[in-house]
Write a protein that binds this ligand. Structure first.
Ligand code: DGY
Length: 432
């Protein structure tokens, strides 16, 4: 067994090196040839296991793409690549959005789950060279706080304590069945002339349907037309969803940033974060669904809860949001899913009619989601559940390599291969 883990560690390190494009890591060659926001933050934790300077560089390169309003976009197009659609020209972000009006790097025009501050806190607390890293921390805190403030204002203009996403890609869980209803309101592109590139690399049956892509692209066109003015998007986007996963990740990121700001920020910033954490905590319980045993996203336009059980509904455990009784209920639900699927945690409940074991976010297991949820169960001292989830992750990777995601019934690896955050998660699991 020890030999097996040594080999897996070496392979994981080799994947990160092979996907390094000069200080940033692409998720995988061809399918995703740029720097993706939450992928990158998770990769940095993987890099730290064997090359700490490279881990910090990953964060710096991500922050190069930060906008003047604080948003950190979901893709940073450091270099051109013909392999991906939609590229920088399609997003058409005006120069004025970018820091100091700089043209480079170009970026997409939406964001992604803000796991960054949680990853940076971990880098800092596990640093082997804290004296060399200390100087960068005040700047990193400022930049991360600017991003969090963007979520709190641009995406929660009513200051409710919970933020909205305007595109399924912002959830990072693109074609989750949780978005099906809200996406129906988006008029698909008429006579689309674009060519998808994802299906040239990965089997069509693993990827979102064309009807979903035509709606994703319609949203991009709409946002580009409004030049990404957030107030306009709030009013005009037919897709406005309070995503439970993004909100849970943001709440934990606020808490992690607070810990850093205590050390590197001002009293005023500490207060600001404390207030926001308190506000979010006071409203989060409204997303709990007792019957389903997890939390739900909310459609802000139809004003209804989205009663589709997905792995995202377990993410609030990461932020310490559920009560002990709710955690017991969630643990029982994970167990119930496990009775149907050998490999944890399917991204959609295997009992739901929309569950598909191989299609992107409609059922497969994602190692980084497993890692985040396992951390949450650990916090509540549900060590058995946490270990069961971690063992599932390791066994999937050992059996079928470093894939993008896995079939929870058969363990088959699907999507992109030699996948960076899968490698990073393997390194974290082995070096606990
Ligand atoms: C894609 O292109 O599939 C990405 O998930 C969007 O970020």
């Amino acid at each position: 067994m020890q030999n097996t883990s040594k080999i897996l560690i070496e392979q994981a390190q080799a994947i990160l090196r092979q996907n390094d494009r000069g200080g940033y890591t692409v998720p995988t060659a061809r399918l995703y040839p740029f720097q993706w926001n939450w992928d990158s933050a998770i990769c940095a934790m993987g890099w730290q296991q064997f090359d700490e300077p490279r881990a910090w560089q990953e964060i710096d390169r991500l922050l190069e793409g930060q906008w003047v309003d604080g948003m950190i976009p979901h893709i940073i197009f450091h270099k051109e690549s013909p392999d991906y659609f939609p590229g920088a020209d399609v997003w058409g972000v005006p120069d004025g959005c970018l820091q100091n009006g700089k043209r480079l790097p170009r970026t997409s025009g939406i964001s992604q789950p803000p796991v960054l501050a949680s990853c940076v806190r971990r880098l800092w607390e596990h640093s082997r060279t804290p004296q060399s890293q200390k100087a960068r921390m005040p700047r990193l805190c400022k930049q991360m706080l600017a991003w969090h403030r963007w979520w709190w204002s641009a995406r929660d203009p009513g200051n409710s304590g919970l933020v909205c996403i305007y595109h399924p890609w912002e959830s990072g869980m693109d074609n989750s069945p949780a978005w099906d209803g809200a996406l129906q309101r988006v008029l698909p592109l008429q006579n689309p002339s674009y060519q998808r590139r994802d299906t040239l690399v990965v089997d069509l049956s693993y990827r979102p349907h064309q009807s979903e892509y035509d709606r994703y692209m319609a949203l991009v066109e709409l946002f580009r037309g409004y030049e990404y003015a957030q107030q306009k998007l709030y009013e005009a986007s037919p897709f406005r969803v309070l995503d439970v996963g993004t909100n849970a990740i943001l709440q934990q990121a606020n808490q992690d940033l607070l810990a850093l700001v205590h050390e590197f920020g001002s009293v005023q910033e500490v207060r600001e974060l404390e207030e926001r954490i308190k506000l979010t905590h006071s409203v989060f319980a409204a997303l709990w669904d007792e019957e389903l045993g997890l939390y739900l996203s909310h459609d802000e336009i139809s004003e209804t809860p989205i009663r589709v059980p997905t792995s995202s509904g377990f993410l609030p455990i990461f932020a310490g949001l559920p009560t002990k009784r709710q955690v017991a209920r969630m643990a029982a639900e994970v167990q119930r899913w496990a009775e149907c699927c050998e490999h944890l945690i399917p991204s959609t409940s295997p009992f739901h009619p929309c569950f598909e074991s191989k299609r992107y976010w409609r059922g497969p297991v994602w190692p980084h989601i497993n890692w985040i949820i396992a951390q949450g169960f650990e916090k509540y001292e549900y060590t058995n559940v946490a270990n069961r989830i971690r063992e599932s992750t390791i066994s999937l990777i050992s059996k079928n390599g470093f894939q993008e995601y896995y079939d929870p019934h058969t363990s088959e690896g699907c999507g992109g291969s030699s996948f960076s955050w899968t490698a990073a998660i393997a390194l974290l699991c082995f070096n606990r």
